[in-house]
Design a protein. Structure first.
Ligand SMILES: Nc1ncnc2c1ncn2[C@@H]1O[C@H](COP(=O)(O)OP(=O)(O)OP(=O)(O)O)[C@@H](O)[C@H]1O
Ligand SMILES: [Mg+2]
Length: 415
């Protein structure tokens, strides 16, 4: 592939607890992507969303990226957009204020830069700053402003959601990617990436809670009025459900995983009482016949626990009554039948299962909640790469290059 064509290529790399997935996309004229390559590998170096062993992680990354590159016919892989999750990730709402100087008292990109710098200065040096995502600007008394440049006022306040992570854990992700032979463009919060591929504009405006249930973690992100209000990582996922089944049925983990995926349900009362499943037990004990209803009764309490923890997050963050469009569940564990019924029972909100949207190309291959994060990372990458567009609009105020070098791509999250 020619070099100028290569500049249109974005690489999303989802380093998950159970699988590593690489999505290669070609940026199209409308800023979306056509997926031209997907590669998967089994993840063995992670626990609950965190890299605990760099070597196997690097190997799995290499395998997934090489597979995607081969499919896409891309020889050189540029810097990747990689996800981050795990209990060390924290999201908080904060704000900063600057005075608007100059005769006209018109807000410039420089003023926006200063207010973002003021947010940055509040952060703790031992934490890695992952995102500063704007909620709104307030100019004097006027709130709910989205793009303040060119408006008049004396005091500019930015209300933002700041995501930070452990520096060491972030470095472990970067090291794994570098060991695999690639470089990092940006590290992105996993549920923020998933929101790019799964949520609609209207859902974010009306208020929505996205729940990404993976193998090791459940990632939560809440949008109201188009902005991110809350992010959280809960350290329970689908592997815990498999573990519960293995213990309760005295079956090996692989058997429990197969049973869950083939016969599992998250809502016991709708499962036929008469249907039965043959289960292979540990050692040379004879197979056991188990009613499907019993399997669902083992799975349901763990799923309820996950959504009860989400409910607590919504209460604590004060977003509980503000999510008019309800809940979207995604991630591999969202594939279990009965998931909508459990969400409705616990959270008492409308629910749908989220599949990646806004893509062309290999749509069928990517059409699973398992790919929401990887596709979202590529979509985020496409947006970040085309941030020059919003830059041009602002460059009339001058100082743009300097602005980008200082605050990286945070800017793109503002407009
Ligand atoms: N059809 C299915 N029914 C039930 N569970 C499923 C199904 N398919 C996949 N899963 C579960 O989904 C989980 C993996 O989901 P996913 O690929 O989103 O996780 P991950 O990204 O590797 O992990 P994490 O995001 O937690 O780091 C596993 O626990 C798996 O058992
Ligand atoms: Mg995941």
């Amino acid at each position: 592939m020619a070099k100028d064509e290569n500049e249109k290529i974005v690489v999303g790399l989802d380093i998950g607890t159970t699988k590593i997935c690489c999505v290669i996309g070609e940026v199209n004229d409308s800023g979306g992507i056509n997926i031209i390559g997907i590669g998967n590998s089994v993840s063995r170096g992670l626990k609950r969303g965190i890299v605990v062993d760099i070597e196997p992680t690097a190997e799995a990354i290499k395998k997934a990226v090489e597979e995607a590159a081969r499919m896409a016919g891309v020889e050189e892989i540029g810097p990747v957009f990689a996800g981050i999750a795990g209990s060390h990730v924290k999201g908080i709402n904060t704000e900063a204020l600057v005075a608007i100087t100059g005769k006209s008292r018109e807000v410039t990109t420089g003023d926006v830069e200063r207010v973002i710098e003021a947010v940055k200065n509040q952060s703790v040096p031992e934490r890695e700053l992952i995102h500063i995502i704007s909620q709104e600007f307030v100019l004097d008394e006027q709130d709910e402003i989205r793009a303040p440049v060119g408006m008049r006022g004396q005091r500019l306040r930015a209300k933002v959601h700041v995501v930070t992570a452990s520096k060491a854990r972030t470095r472990d992700i970067e090291t794994s990617i570098e060991k695999a032979g690639y470089s990092v463009d940006e590290i992105v919060l996993q549920p923020y990436a998933s929101s790019e591929s799964v949520l609609t504009y209207d859902e974010k405006e009306l208020g929505v809670c996205l729940i990404d249930i993976g193998g090791g973690t459940t990632d939560v992100i809440v949008f109201t009025d188009g902005g991110v209000r809350h992010t959280a990582v809960i350290s329970i996922g689908g592997m815990q459900v498999t573990n519960d089944l293995a213990i309760a049925l005295k079956a090996p983990i692989e058997t429990a995983e197969d049973i869950k995926k083939t016969f599992g349900s998250a809502f016991a009362s709708t499962v036929n009482e008469m249907e039965e499943v043959r289960v292979k037990l540990i050692g040379d004990r004879p197979d056991r016949i188990v009613p499907k209803r019993i399997i669902a009764e083992i799975i349901q309490p763990r799923m309820e626990e996950i959504f009860e923890l989400v409910s607590q997050e919504l209460k604590m963050s004060g977003t509980e009554g503000k999510i008019a469009s309800g809940v979207v569940v995604t991630g591999g564990a969202a594939l279990i039948p009965g998931i909508e019924e459990v969400v409705e029972k616990v959270l008492k909100l409308p629910v749908r299962v989220g599949y990646p949207q806004g893509i062309g190309g290999l749509v069928e291959t990517a059409n699973s909640p398992i790919y929401s994060t990887a596709v979202g990372l590529a979509l985020y990458g496409a947006k970040a790469k085309s941030s020059g567009k919003s830059g041009l609009r602002l460059s009339t105020q001058g100082g743009l290059d300097n602005f980008f070098s200082k605050v990286k791509r945070w800017f793109v999250e503002f407009f």
